[in-house]
Design a protein around this ligand. Sequence first.
Ligand SMILES: [Ca+2]
Length: 341
Amino acid sequence: MTRTITALLTLLSLTVWADDRIPIISDTDFVMPPHDDSMALMLALQSPELEILGITTVAGNESLERATSDVLRMLEIANQPGIPVHVGADMPLVHARSDFAVRNYGKWYSDEPPPMPPGGFAKKKAETESAVSFIVRTVMANPGEVTILAIGPLTNIAQAIRAEPKFAASVKQLVIMGGAVALLPEGAGNITPNAEFNFWVDPEAAYVTLRSGIPIELSPLNVSRKSALTLDWYQKLVAVDNPLTALLEETLGKRFEDEPDRSWFMYDQIAVASLIDPSLVTSEALYVDVNIDHGVSYGVSVGGREIWPGAEGAAKMNVQYDLDWPRFIEMFIDRVQRPVP
Ligand SMILES: [Ca+2]
């Protein structure tokens, strides 16, 4: 009898667990490790709190073709080939490729074919439906249910907002890695003196997205800079062998061989972690807007406690600025080390 009740309770708790999963779409300028998008996806794939409905790719860190090729391969390595991948924007809404962009960051929207990912090109193919169509269709079929994890330039998200007037009101939440807020500590930029890379790649898309009315959790550089993936943590991470840690050894491991004293910031990984366990980060509600004047502050995000002249219409959002680093990195290591299905 007791055994029956225990079995029933186990069954019930499993049912509750399945219903409690947070359905997400991950929008990503994906590149294999040591890039942050791939480690963020590892964390999401290995976390039972999240249900990944689909992955959409966007140009950013590297070209759209590379983002798509690498993420398809990553899903094979993680043995999750059933998750659909939809191809998104190959360039920002407005601003053109510049010598500055090419010189300083990657080969975004280049015409070069993508390099072969670790283990070879994936057999898995991307879906024929576009990223924007998939995002809009999935959100509108489940109004108020879907969280979007946006960890690249916001081009696809802005296009979705513009494609369907009821879209913004139908998204449950948007978790964005992007921006840098000077009002809070560690708020300098990382691509221009004050602009963060994702917002700088597509400032107009960031402007449209932040002003859309979608509830936003913003994970800017302020909180990224509270992380420090050092050789010691890396060695703990790869101490357990599975296909994900093997990939990290092959990629990030080589970088640590070359630069053993280097410490890596974790960006997109924190955005994912904050969705799984919001107590890992400290946030303040601020109005945040993005500069879209084509001058020295192009793409800069500005946060304020009150609306200021020029920011009329800006939205208030949760802005992360501090991180419980030990608890975060221990969770990250635990999740990545779990058996791959
Ligand atoms: Ca990213």
